[in-house]
Design a protein around this ligand. Structure first.
Ligand code: C2E
Ligand code: MG
Ligand code: MG
Ligand code: MG
Length: 291
């Protein structure tokens, strides 16, 4: 009897797996259609320099403006993109769109570095370099150093030597590289030593926890020092309060990003936000007061 029940269970699992696979394929098809219909949009979240209060960057974060379900966050659809044939297509769209925005802002006299997220998976594809190069070629007036790629590890970088090669080729185009979510996932000290990175982004989970949790505080401080040793720039994510920023500044973190400064916003709002930021006196007071 037990054997019989076991067999049925397996059949059920198979059916579930089949259903899940069908749904997955269906969802990828919907995402492909959404790309054609231009339903994806990039929001931008400012990065602020803690020594000066200057707005030094904007990170592009993808959203899906779904006709019925409203604005969907990347967590709701990116997992389906990963490993599918859509990955290089959507990746290329993100790079092109973020570059267009960077060029538009540069034309308007807004001098900041725009960054786009790329999965390590996409970065390692043979098409990546060519796509990046031809996207950059479209904006000859934009200094490539004002464009940055944030590398996300959805899987461990298998071939580190190849990754170093790819990054070095891209760096010759002038773009910069940041390692995202540093301290979580697969990122290791070997990456930090070998990859030609310009900066590290301290994962928001450590930053958010550091006021209550001494271990998190220690990690944040350690990453800032580590970045210094390796001569990398450092950006803290998840800066939700003025208190976070104050501590980060004291610890020598150069750049901060988080809801406390601003949530990601549509590009059209960004310029108005820059003016609002000038009026955030409690932040500017802290920035000029804390050494
Ligand atoms: P990420 O690159 O580490 O981006 C930071 C995420 O944290 C963003 O979520 C941002 O909205 C959120 N965040 C920023 N400040 C705070 C804060 O103070 N508190 C809290 N609780 N959250 C904050 P979002 O936009 O939902 O993106 C999630 C992740 O999806 C990104 O994490 C990135 O891994 C991925 N992603 C976003 N856009 C793209 C894209 O265009 N391409 C790829 N491949 N991945 C993307
Ligand atoms: Mg990022
Ligand atoms: Mg991150
Ligand atoms: Mg993240």
């Amino acid at each position: 009897l037990a054997k019989e029940a076991g067999k049925n269970r397996y059949q059920l699992f198979d059916q579930d797996r089949d259903k899940a696979a069908k749904f997955h394929r269906h969802f990828i098809m919907l995402l492909g259609e959404a790309l054609i219909r231009q339903e994806f949009i990039l929001y931008y979240q400012p990065k602020v320099e803690l020594n000066t209060g200057r707005i030094v960057g904007a990170e592009a974060l993808i959203r899906w403006q779904h006709p019925e379900r409203g604005l969907l966050s990347p967590a709701e659809f990116l997992p389906y993109v990963e490993g599918s044939e859509l990955e290089p297509l959507l990746g290329e769209w993100v790079i092109s769109t973020a570059l267009l925005q960077a060029a538009t802002w540069a034309d308007d006299g807004l001098k900041l570095a725009v960054s786009a997220n790329v999965s390590a998976d996409y970065l390692m594809m043979p098409c990546f370099f060519d796509q990046l190069q031809s996207a950059l070629d479209r904006y000859p007036d934009l200094p490539a150093s004002q464009f940055e790629l944030e590398i996300l590890e959805t899987a461990a970088i298998g071939d580190l030597r190849q990754a170093v090669e790819v990054l070095e080729r891209c760096k010759q185009l002038g773009v910069k590289f940041a390692l995202d979510d540093f301290g979580t996932g697969y990122s290791s000290l070997t990456y930090l030593r070998k990859l030609p990175l310009d900066s590290l982004k301290i994962d928001q989970s450590f930053v958010r926890g550091m006021l209550e949790d001494g271990d998190d505080l220690g990690i944040v401080e350690g990453v800032i020092q580590l970045a210094g040793v390796f001569d990398r720039d450092v950006v803290a994510e998840g800066v939700e309060t003025l208190e976070h920023a104050t501590i980060l500044k004291k610890m020598g973190c150069r750049v901060a990003q988080g809801y406390g400064i601003a949530k990601p916003m549509p590009a059209e709002r960004f310029v108005a936000w820059c003016a609002e930021w000038e009026g955030r006196t409690e932040w500017h007071d802290m920035i000029s007061a804390v050494a």
